[in-house]
Design a protein around this ligand. Structure first.
Ligand code: PRX
Length: 638
């Protein structure tokens, strides 16, 4: 139990080692992953390393083994780093004191909260919803769920009451953990009020645990709402982690797809653990004692894998930043780096692009000499932003790892290995060991060779992959394993250049990526359709200098709209209410009709082109029921 992961997990230190590990991971995958798994602590070792087929699909890693993720993050570290800082919390307001939790303090808090969960009746297999701001209690709650074997589902605190209720209902959570309120920049978000609106739309929640973060006056519903601090006072600090089976569910995280409501992506215990630990250590070339700063919110998968689990599995110090990059000014990220002597910094291209607009003067006053490795995630990074990041944050000496992955993949799949891989700006470069990407052509065949482009699939399982969509395995099969039978289809397009480097080109389905947030166009359409004047909506993405993609909505209304500006304001409010502010359309065009084919399908290709401002060549429109609508839409384009 007292071994530390970093002492015995192989780290890739040269391109030769990468090539050797990659080769072994393909030719002898069981030996490769069993070797990586040896670094963790197990209550019982596995019977088989991997059982799989991509037809059902069914994937089982380390089957028959028993372990606990919370125990691996915490108990396993105590012998060597009890007094080392595990989490540094940097508040929204820099004038406020930051908080630190050592591994021992975090362990105590997690054990205590695990007992709180048990005392309120939570048990193994229950679904527990976490709707918290970026405060250490979010990590404590996640780790406590994992400790007792409950399945956490974290809902990003930017989601609306409707989205929260939908998620709670879909996986039937019986407990909700939230806070009174929090600030993002100068804006106060009254989280508990949103919860109070959401809960009447649900039937399964028995209790709501509330953390008092901002001393905001809130209503506590008798019999339902309980204060975090009251419960913690009475809870014991002794807690033995549950022995979980490898394939026991660990968490559910909702993400958007082309159609329908968000899907509850389900990850299981052992494979996720091994993959999070392995990829964190290797992609970032993590060295003992280093400080890691991932700017993602815990409500997204990046926050799960590379803010909480990956770093803690490696005994790292992880920074949790409550604020935003531009408050109180646009130097805030660099202040945090300077103040906490951050060694590895991991953020989204959208943040880089937004900071780029403020110029570089601010860097003169910041000491960024602690930085050694930089990373990006969530969307393609354009070359200009890459160079700006490299020059100003990295001073030309820090490798940038452009990490490609998804909620479904659990961890990074295609990425440079820091200090090892020769970089190419805007390329995610090469697959990690254990990852076998292929590009598919229009006929569903693998494209061989280099200097090619196709749809990105993965042809062999990796330990961190999702196992199902909660409660709907058929939807899982349909969504990811039916377009190319026998392959996992990512939904992304990809190029492989003449040197074999991979470059992700973006989604090839109806999912858009706005500031690194993944949103289904159908979800926004459904929200807009709720407006009383709207008959039909079509939403597409368009290139946006800062957000990567912006949201363009075409709406058909009943009768003549008297006041279009008012309509736009109301539609934006509607989307904020139904989904969250981040899904608000940038442009809303009122149209008389949409370009539909005879089978009633909207020809989105045309709408995308118009939204991009590229109206010269709209391609073949002869299959449309009424080709004249195209001209009308073009005339009114925004
Ligand atoms: O389109 C890809 C894009 O983000 C999608 C996954 O979104 P989500 O599940 O929210 O997870 C984001 C964080 C892992 C992918 O299908 N994406 C993610 N990383 C990159 C990327 N596109 C290009 N380059 C990347 N590095």
């Amino acid at each position: 139990m007292n071994q530390t992961l970093s002492n015995n997990m192989k780290q890739i230190n040269s391109i030769e080692e990468y090539n050797a590990q990659y080769k072994q991971s393909v030719q002898n995958h069981d030996v490769f992953w069993a070797d990586a798994a040896e670094s963790f602590s197990w209550r019982k070792k596995w019977d088989t390393v991997l059982d799989w087929n991509f037809t059902e699909p069914s994937v089982k890693w380390f089957n028959g083994a028993e372990c606990n993720l919370s125990e691996n993050c915490l108990d396993r570290q105590l012998a060597t780093r009890a007094n080392q800082v595990a989490i540094v919390w940097e508040p929204n307001d820099p004038k406020e004191q930051h908080r630190t939790l050592t591994y021992k303090q975090l362990y105590d808090e997690v054990c205590r909260f695990a007992n709180v969960l048990k005392n309120t009746g939570a048990k193994r297999g229950d679904r527990i919803c976490i709707y918290l701001p970026m405060i250490p209690e979010a990590a404590i709650a996640m780790l406590a769920c994992a400790r007792i074997g409950a399945i956490h589902t974290v809902v990003f605190a930017g989601f609306s009451s409707t989205s929260l209720a939908d998620r709670i209902n879909d996986c039937q959570c019986n407990l909700l953990i939230t806070a009174d309120a929090f600030y993002r920049g100068e804006k106060k978000i009254e989280l508990k009020k949103i919860v109070d609106e959401a809960l009447p739309q649900t039937t399964t929640i028995k209790n709501c645990i509330v953390y008092n973060h901002r001393n905001t006056a809130i209503e506590m519903k008798q019999g339902r709402d309980l204060w975090w601090s009251d419960l913690m006072k009475n809870a014991s600090v002794e807690n033995k982690a549950e022995a979980m089976l490898s394939e026991d569910p660990l968490f559910i995280l909702y993400t958007s797809g082309s159609t329908g409501k968000p899907k509850g992506i389900l990850h299981t215990t052992a494979g996720y653990m091994v993959y999070a630990g392995y990829t964190f250590k290797n992609v970032f070339n993590y060295q003992n004692g280093e400080v890691f700063f991932c700017t993602a919110d815990v409500g997204w998968v990046t926050g799960h894998t590379y803010l909480v689990y990956g770093p803690l599995l490696n005994g790292a110090t992880t920074i949790m930043f409550e604020g935003i990059p531009v408050y109180p000014d646009h130097g805030r990220f660099w202040d945090v780096v300077d103040k906490h002597k951050v060694n590895i910094f991991y953020t989204a291209p959208t943040a880089i692009r937004s900071l780029e607009t403020y110029g570089t003067e601010i860097f003169k006053t910041k000491d960024l000499s602690s930085l050694r490795v930089l990373g990006t995630v969530g969307e393609p990074i354009n070359e200009e932003a890459w160079h700006w990041y490299d020059k100003n944050a990295g001073k030309g000496k820090c490798p940038i790892v452009d990490t490609w992955w998804q909620t479904e993949t659990g961890g990074i799949l295609i990425s440079p290995i820091a200090t090892v891989t020769k970089l190419k700006p805007s390329f995610a470069t090469f697959p990690l060991p254990g990852v076998q990407p292929v590009l598919m052509d229009g006929q569903g065949k693998e494209i061989s060779g280099n200097d090619v482009e196709g749809n990105l699939c993965i042809k062999f399982p990796w330990p961190g992959m999702a196992r199902t969509i909660y409660g709907n395995h058929e939807r899982f099969r349909q969504t990811y394993f039916s377009s190319y039978p026998g392959y996992y289809f990512t939904g992304d397009g990809c190029k492989r250049d003449a040197d074999g480097y991979y470059r992700i080109t973006g989604r090839v389905d109806d999912v858009i990526n706005v500031s690194g947030h993944r949103i289904g166009t159908g979800e926004i359409e459904d929200a807009i359709d709720e407006h009383e004047l709207v008959i039909e909506t079509a939403v597409v993405g368009f290139p946006h200098d800062i957000k990567g993609q912006g949201i363009y909505a075409y709406v058909i209304c009943t009768g003549k709209v008297e006041n279009e500006e008012k309509l736009r304001t109301e539609i934006k409010a509607m989307v904020t209410e139904k989904i969250g502010a981040f899904a608000r359309p940038d442009k809303i065009q009122v149209v008389k009709g949409l370009p539909k084919t005879r089978s009633g399908k909207i020809m989105r290709r045309i709408l995308r082109k118009i939204a991009e401002g590229d109206i010269s060549n709209l391609g073949d429109t002869t299959t449309l029921i009424d080709p004249t609508v195209v001209g009308q839409i073009k005339e009114g384009a925004l």
